[in-house]
Design a protein around this ligand. Structure first.
Ligand code: TXA
Ligand code: MG
Length: 368
């Protein structure tokens, strides 16, 4: 850790574990030389801003525009109390170039900040005493990295990072949820809208629950954006609204190709009694191909594949309804399929509730 902190002080990059995914970190501060190295190492599009990781709330002061100190949305304190340290990123106003490097925010006036929970991330942040900009440590477009070996595979032969800290497998397995309740000041009703810009390790249901428990239901409404529900209707009981303009990317990263393994990914809807017609529709184009199936326990599709003698590699995402388990296995499942050189990955769709929403959002993207 001391050596890693030393690298960070020299403007170099360190890959480190967080509870969500491994990050590729470098100093986020205005005088930092590290940020261009992050973009170059990942092959990241230059208009996609980075999340800044902090060790303690006192570090917020060096990152957030001081003129907003007493004007932050009320729900922020509630959310930070509940979910930090943990997989929630909040957008804050900042003065790029004076506080964080303008290359972190890509010129935006907001910066995404989170306090990770993983002990190795916390130790690195505390020992270096530097807020770290860190995207997921994968090559852009590939599935995110949930093990140190994933990082080594993607970034092998590159000049950076100076080192990879191996902290085992990430427990959450999907990235943080990105939210904002900042407004342009035109709404004088005093109500706040908490917009979910990227689904992640905290579900919209959990956000709503936190708002309700704090007695803020009347003042704060939770809204999901950048999310295209297929079968899902707004959930009245949960009070969660789904924005109509779901196709407009509201966080720059949402428009890019994402989470794609080398194999072609086909997302299939689960059915208890798949008909012969629907099965042959899925299976006949796969003749002669090496097929993998990322399935749930007791999968009718896996049984059908076995019955047809279609040798396939099977990896379980866990039990139906156990969304934490599915999220934790998702990226490493996709990557294992590539390691075994499969041509096509069939993935069983999961239910869209709780973290199941995040799993499906990632799967839709990886299937293109
Ligand atoms: O869990 C995570 O969030 C991981 C770990 C390493 O902390 N990091 C991560 O970073 O997923 P990255 O760069 O892969 O994704 C960051 C997302 C992108 O979609 C980006 O567009 C969005 O957050 N984002 C960052 N700053 C933003 C800002 N100021 N405004 C809007 N969106 C922002
Ligand atoms: Mg990423």
């Amino acid at each position: 850790l001391k050596k890693a902190a030393e690298y960070l002080k020299q403007g170099r990059l360190v890959a480190f574990p967080t509870e969500t995914v491994y990050g590729l970190g470098g100093s986020a501060m205005a005088n930092s030389d590290a940020i261009p190295k992050i973009f170059a190492t990942k092959g990241r599009p230059s208009d996609n801003p980075l999340i800044v990781h902090i060790a303690s709330r006192s570090q917020l002061d060096s990152l957030v525009d001081p003129s907003y100190k007493n004007r932050l949305p009320r729900c922020y304190t509630t959310l930070m109390d509940k979910f930090w340290p943990g997989p929630l990123t909040l957008l804050f106003p900042t003065i790029p170039g004076q506080q964080v490097s303008e290359k972190v925010t890509c010129g935006l006036r907001t910066v995404g900040i989170r306090m990770p929970a993983h002990p190795v991330a916390r130790a690195l942040l505390a020992i270096s005493n530097i807020p770290l900009a860190a995207p997921s440590a994968n090559t852009s477009g590939r599935p995110s990295t949930t093990k140190a070996s994933h990082v080594a595979f993607d970034l092998e032969g590159k000049d950076e990072p100076a080192c990879i800290l191996d902290g085992g497998e990430c427990s959450v397995g999907v990235e943080s949820t990105v939210v904002t309740a900042l407004s342009d000041g035109t709404d004088t009703s005093g109500k706040e809208t908490l917009r979910v810009l990227r689904l992640g390790g905290v579900s919209p249901e959990n956000l709503q629950c936190c708002i309700d428990e704090a007695g803020l239901s009347e003042q704060v409404s939770v809204q999901m954006e950048a999310y295209t529900p297929s079968t899902l209707l707004p959930d009245k009981a949960m009070n969660v609204h789904i924005a109509k303009d779901t196709f407009i990317p509201s966080t720059p990263g949402m428009k890019y190709k994402h989470y794609s393994p080398d194999a072609k990914v086909i997302l299939v809807q689960r059915s208890e009694n798949p008909s012969a017609v629907s099965l042959s529709k899925v299976l006949s184009p796969l003749k002669g191909k090496k097929v993998g199936i990322l399935h749930l326990e007791n999968s009718p599709l896996l049984s059908a594949l076995k019955a047809q003698d279609l040798g396939c590699l099977s990896i379980s995402m866990g039990t139906e309804g156990q969304y934490e388990e599915q999220a934790a296995r998702l990226f490493s499942g996709l990557r294992s399929m590539d390691e075994q050189h499969v041509d096509v990955i069939l993935v069983e769709a999961v239910k869209e509730e709780g973290l199941g929403r995040t799993v499906m959002e990632r799967l839709r993207k990886s299937a293109g």
